[in-house]
Design a protein around this ligand. Structure first.
Ligand code: FAD
Ligand code: PHB
Length: 393
């Protein structure tokens, strides 16, 4: 098979890249190891920055998001049994976030690609990438048991943190920066009305907790746990009991409880591979960088990467100008590192430190006091949370 851009991975990065390239008149084939059902049902991120929302709308895939997404103008930071609202909208001059599940974005993108006769090969295996140090890269795989080779001009490495693209780059050509945190998140999806209209990030001496949602009747709630926490140790009753403690306020706040329909543990890390390109292989999204989820940045960074990559490729096809492609990594990394800093900062301000040092807890409370009483500090949080403006290219 032959196409212009071969894309490894049908997560948000790969699918949005394929869609944006299509709008530029560039053909692509996406290959994915999981089934369509699996990628459409995988519960992950939930917060879209204003810029991501604008990008989805401008590229014609925002219809359902506009109908079903929940627009939030603020978030709450809770500590010392009291809530403090950060007014994102007012502090950023009118920016907001939209709560709309990543799997819904994925469904919308798959629909758009298939309606435009785009090719997505699901359930493939033995994927490998070749020849990207020359002019004719290729992706080899097995599809329905048959070997297949896709020859292309460029490869989009959008296969997430555990994919094959990044490890295929010679080790001495990449530099990895990494920080692993001594905690994780136990997340549940529950059939319960969210007890707050806006997200609540709670710093509690027993550990961090986050109340989010997927709809007016579905709560998405997380609690800080060990990175290797065994789910068997957390029957639903224990989860609710712990969550009620961590969200307690002097006004008697209670979470609404309901049937738990999904449960999982995620370990946390910060990671960046530099540069995000090698020859004709371009990494985007989690394949190139990971942030801890406290800043809600992962999916948004993936969207920002492929926005730049699609424009850089369009410039090459249209004008045979490879300038933007050469600068792809450099153009992405500024935003990536800003998001790394913000995500690390939110994580260290909100989580119970390893060993539970009393000094660190007092320092966190002082920082939260600052963020919730100083307009300058709150504005800094709001600008980063709602999303920095895109790079002008
Ligand atoms: P992925 O979504 O990982 O997609 C990669 C795809 O490649 C997958 O479908 C995978 O199956 C496929 N693949 C892997 N290997 C191969 C191979 N060899 N061949 C072919 N295909 C392959 N981000 C936010 O912005 N906001 C949030 O609120 C947020 N919350 C989160 C909460 C949790 C619990 C978690 C786990 C993550 C959260 N994130 C959040 C992060 C966000 O989900 C990721 O950053 C996002 O999924 C990155 O998209 P991606 O397309 O780069 O990678
Ligand atoms: C989510 O809704 O899944 C979510 C929201 C905010 C975060 C992380 C995850 O910071």
């Amino acid at each position: 098979m032959r196409t212009q851009v071969g894309i490894v991975g049908a997560g948000p990065a790969g699918l949005l890249l394929s869609h944006l390239l299509h709008l530029e008149g560039i053909e692509s084939i996406v290959v994915e190891t999981h089934t369509r059902r699996h990628v459409e049902e995988r519960i992950r991120a939930g917060v879209l920055e204003q810029g991501t929302v604008d990008l989805l709308n401008q590229s014609g895939v925002g219809g359902r998001m506009r109908r079903e997404g929940l627009i939030h103008h603020g978030i709450e930071l809770r500590f010392n049994r009291r809530g403090h609202r950060i007014d994102l909208f007012e502090l950023t001059g009118g920016r907001a976030i939209t709560v709309y599940g990543q799997h819904e974005v994925v469904k919308d993108l798959i629909d758009a690609r298939l309606q435009a006769d785009g090719q997505i090969l699901f359930s493939v295996d033995q994927v490998s990438v070749h020849g990207f140090d020359g002019k004719s890269p290729s992706i080899r795989l097995r599809s329905a048991g048959e070997p297949l080779e896709i020859v292309c001009d460029f490869i989009g490495g959008c296969d997430g943190f555990h994919g094959v693209c990044r490890p295929s780059i010679p080790a001495d050509a990449l530099r990895n920066y990494e920080k692993v945190y001594p905690f994780g998140w136990l997340g549940i999806l529950a059939e319960a009305r969210p007890a707050s209209e806006e997200l609540v990030y709670s710093n509690h001496e027993r550990g961090f907790a986050l109340l989010s949602m997927r709809s007016p009747v579905l709560s998405r709630v997380y609690l800080q746990c060990r990175p290797d926490e065994e789910l068997e140790e957390w029957p639903d009753d224990r989860i609710w009991e712990e969550l009620q403690l961590r969200f307690q306020t002097d006004e008697g706040f209670r979470l609404n409880e309901g049937r738990v329909v999904q449960k999982g543990v995620t370990a946390m890390r910060s990671f960046v591979a530099e540069p995000m390109q090698y020859g004709r292989l371009y990494l985007a999204g989690d394949a190139a960088h990971i942030v801890p989820p406290t800043g809600a940045k992962g999916l948004n960074l993936a969207a920002a990467d492929v926005r730049i990559l699609s424009r850089a490729m369009a410039n090459w096809y249209r004008n045979r100008d490879g300038g933007l492609l050469e600068r792809y990594s450099q153009l992405c990394l500024r935003r990536v590192w800003r998001a790394q800093h913000f995500s690390w900062w939110m994580t260290s301000m909100m989580h119970r430190p390893d060993g539970g040092s009393e000094f660190d807890h007092r320092r966190q409370l002082a920082e939260l006091d600052n963020v919730t009483t100083s307009r300058a500090a709150a504005t800094n949080l709001a600008e980063n949370y709602a999303g920095l403006p895109f790079e002008v290219i």
